[in-house]
Design a protein. Sequence first.
Length: 335
Amino acid sequence: MLKDWFEELLPFLKNKKILLSSHELVDLDGFSSAVALYFFLNQFIQDSTLYLYFSDISKKTQSFYEKLKLKFPEMSINIEKDISTLDIDTVIILDANNINQLPFLNDLTNILDELNYIFIDHHYSDEKIEKQIQNNKIIIDEYTSTAELISEIFFQYQIKIPLFLKYLLLGGILSDSGFLRLANTNTIKTVSILLEPNMRYQELILMMRQKSDISQKIAKIKGTQRVELIRESEYLIGYSHVSSFESGVAATLIKIGFDIGIVFSERKKEYRISMRANKRICVNSDLHLGKIAQQISKEYGGQGGGHDGAASITLDIKQGDLKTIILQKIKENLN
C-alpha cells in the first residue's frame, strides 16, 4: 500500500518546487523523516527543486543533531533559515497531519492558496484520505514513527541509505517508540535492517540522551507530588498539573506505576493536556489516546492527536471541565 501511494505521488512531484518540513518545535522523528525524504527525493527526482526548513527545533533534536555532526563532519544537510522569499509550489509535511500545526505558513501568505499540500504521518486521523494528489495524505498509524515509514520507502525502492542517515532514522524510530517499548514487529524489523555491523547501538543510545535541566526536574517532582490517584477497575489513572514539561511529567507517571497519566498545563493563551498509557492497557482494551485527543480537540476547537499510548491536546482556552470529559472518554474505552 505504501509503495502504491508513492507510485502515484512521485510523478506529480516532477518539476515541482518543493518545501519539506514538519510541525512546530520539531522532534527527532519529524526532523529525521524530513531530512531522509529530502535525501530520497534528491536521488529519485532529478527535475525538482527541494528545500528543507524547520520553524523551530527542540532541544533534544538539536542536541542529537550536533552530536551527529561531530561524528560525521563530512555530512551535509542544507536547512533553510528563511522561506519568505523562496519560490515554491508544493509543501510536504512530515510527522503532522493538520495544517494548523504549521505556523511557518504565515511566512507564505502571498502564495498560501496556490500551494499543494502533502502530509506524511503516522498519527491517528479519522479524516478521510483525499484522493486528489494536490491534497494527498499518507497517514498510516500502524507505524510507531514517521521515520519508520520513510525507512520502508527506502527499502521498497532499494535505495542505499548513507550511514549518517541511518543514525538519524534510528534516532527518530527509537525516540517515538519509547526506545522500542511501544514497538511492533515491523518496528523491530526496520531497526534490524538499519543497523549495520559497524554501528554501535549503545553509542546511538548515548547520543540520544540529554541531561535534564533543573526546571524539568522540578516539574517532574511537582507533578508527582500533586498527582491524584484514580482507580478504574484494575487500572490506575494518575491526574496532575504543572506549568510546563507536561509530556515529561506524564511519562514519569507511567514510570512510577500508573497505567494512564494525564497532565494539564495552563499557559497564557492556551491549555495543554498530555496523556500517556502503558502498552499493556492499550493491548488489553480498546484504549487509543490519539483517538480520544482528536475527538476532544474537534469538539472544543483545539488541536490534538497521537498514538494509542501517547497523545496531546492544545486548546486556546479552558472550556468546560476537561478533566471530567477526558476521564469519561477513557473510562468508556476501558469498559
